[in-house]
Write a protein that binds this ligand. Structure first.
Ligand code: NAD
Ligand code: TYD
Length: 357
C-alpha cells in the first residue's frame, strides 16, 4: 500500500511513546508508523501488543546513538516526519548515572537531527522534526507563577539539563540549517503502562503489596499531572497544525502536592481493593529527600488552547481511578516489569534513602 506519510516515532515502546504510537496507528491507517526503540529497561513491547500486527506499523529495535543505523533507516523509509520521544526519563536514575542521559538525550537527539537534515536536504516542504520535551527544563517555581513558553531555561538535574540541551540543539538545527521543527514541553504524565519507578505507579504497586510508600522530604513538592492520552492527543494536534519553529507548553492544569496525591491514591486503592478506608495511608513513610529536588512545576497551557484548541479532557478524579484500576487489571504486565532488574534498582534506591534518613 502507498502511504500518504512515513512517520518515525522514537521511544515508542516506552510509556508516553506507546500511547502516541497506538494513537497514530489507529487513527491514521493511511500513515506508515515506524517505531524505533532500543528497548532499555523502560521499553516494553507488551505495551503495544494490541497493535503489533497492524499493517501500517513497523517496529525496529535500535539505538539513536547509532548514527549509521539512523542514516540507513532514513534512506530506507524516506520519513516525512519524526516524533522524537526516546530518552532516559527518570530524574532519580539521572542522579545515579548521568552519562546515559548525556548519550541518549543529547547525542542521540543530535544524531536524529543530522539524519533528518541529510535526508531532507533543501526539500523540507511537508517535513517536520517534532521534539517531545519536558517542563523540567524551566527549573523550579516558588509558591506562585506558571511556566510559559518564554520562561528562561534553568534546568537543575542531570535529566532536565540533558533535555534542555536537546531542546537547544533542536532550535540550533532550525536556525542554522533551516530544519522544520516544533518542540513541546509537557508536565508530568500519568496513566496505563507507566514504569513503576515513577511516583504514581510505584505507589499503586506498593499499596497493593502492603509495602511502605516512600515520600521524599516533606512531601510538599508540587507537580502538574496530565492524563497521558491527553498528551498523545496534543502531540497529534501539534504535529498536524503546529507552526514551524514554535514551542508549545502542555499541562494538566492539575497541581497536586505529593503528599496529597499519595493520600488520594491510598483512598482510591482502599476502595478498589475493599480495604478499610485509611488503612493504606498507614504505609506512608517519609524518606530522605532527592538531591536538588525541584519544588514546584506548573504549566501555563494557554498558547496551545488559544492557537490549537487543545485542553485536558480527563479530570484528576477520573484519571487516578482509571490508572489504579488499570494496574489492578494488568497484574501480569506489572509482574513482568517488576521482576529482575527492577528489584535491584528498588533495593538500591530506597534502602539507602531509608537508612540515611
Ligand atoms: P520512558 O522512559 O517510559 O520511555 C523511553 C523510551 O525510550 C523507552 O521505550 C526506551 O527503551 C527508549 N529509549 C531510551 N534510550 C533509547 C535510545 N538510546 N535509543 C532508542 N530508544 C531509546 O519515557 P516516557 O515517560 O514515556 O517519556 C517519553 C518522552 O517524553 C521523553 O523524551 C521524556 O523526556 C518526555 N516527557 C516525559 C514526561 C513524563 O511525565 N513521563 C513528561 C514530559 C515529557
Ligand atoms: P517522579 O514521578 O519521579 O517525576 P519527576 O521527578 O520527573 O517530577 O516524581 C514525582 C514527584 O514525586 C517528585 O516530586 C518526586 C516525588 N517522589 C517521591 O516523593 N517518592 C518517590 O518514590 C518517587 C519516585 C517520587
Amino acid at each position: 500500500m502507498a502511504y500518504s506519510k512515513h512517520i518515525l516515532i522514537t521511544g515508542g515502546a516506552g510509556f508516553i511513546g506507546s500511547h502516541v504510537v497506538r494513537h497514530f496507528v489507529q487513527k491514521y491507517p493511511e500513515y506508515l508508523i515506524v517505531n524505533l526503540d532500543k528497548l532499555t529497561y523502560a521499553g516494553n513491547l507488551e505495551n503495544l501488543k494490541d497493535i503489533e500486527s497492524a499493517p501500517n506499523y513497523v517496529f525496529i529495535k535500535g539505538d539513536i546513538v547509532d548514527r549509521e543505523m539512523l542514516q540507513q533507516l532514513f534512506a530506507r523509509y524516506g520519513f516525512d516526519g519524526v516524533i522524537h520521544l526516546a530518552a532516559e526519563s527518570h530524574v532519580d536514575r539521572s542522579i545515579l548515572n548521568p552519562l546515559a542521559f548525556i548519550e541518549t538525550n543529547i547525542i542521540g537527539t543530535v544524531n536524529l537531527l543530522d539524519a533528518a537534515r541529510h535526508s531532507w536536504g533543501d526539500h523540507t516542504a511537508g517535513k517536520l522534526f517534532y521534539h517531545v520535551s519536558t517542563d523540567e527544563v524551566y527549573g523550579s517555581l516558588g509558591e506562585t507563577g506558571l511556566f510559559t513558553e518564554e520562561t528562561p531555561y534553568d534546568p537543575r538535574s542531570p535529566y532536565s539539563a540533558s533535555k534542555a540541551s536537546s531542546d537547544h540543539m533542536v532550535r540550533a538545527w532550525h536556525h542554522t540549517y533551516g530544519l522544520p521543527i516544533i518542540i513541546s514541553n509537557c508536565s508530568n504524565n500519568y496513566g496505563p503502562y507507566q514504569f513503576p519507578e515513577k511516583l504514581i505507579p510505584l505507589v499503586i504497586h506498593n499499596i497493593k503489596h502492603h509495602k511502605p510508600l516512600p515520600i521524599y522530604g516533606d512531601g510538599q513538592y508540587t507537580r502538574d499531572w496530565l492524563w497521558v492520552k491527553d498528551h498523545a492527543a496534543a502531540i497529534d494536534l501539534i504535529f498536524h497544525e503546529g507552526r514551524n519553529g514554535e514551542t508549545y507548553n502542555i499541562g494538566g492544569n492539575n497541581e497536586w502536592k505529593n503528599i496529597d496525591l499519595v493520600e488520594k491514591l491510598c483512598d482510591i486503592m482502599d476502595e478498589l481493593l475493599g480495604r478499610a478506608q485509611g488503612s493504606s495511608r498507614q504505609l506512608i513513610t517519609f524518606v530522605k529527600d532527592r538531591p536538588g529536588h525541584d519544588r514546584r512545576y506548573a504549566i501555563d497551557a494557554s498558547k496551545i488552547k488559544r492557537e490549537l484548541g487543545w485542553q485536558p479532557t480527563v479530570s484528576a478524579e477520573e484519571g487516578l481511578r482509571l490508572t489504579a484500576q488499570w494496574y489492578l487489571d494488568n497484574e501480569e504486565w506489572l509482574a513482568h516489569v517488576t521482576s529482575g532488574a527492577y528489584q535491584q534498582y528498588y533495593e538500591k534506591q530506597y534502602r539507602e534513602r531509608v537508612q540515611s534518613q
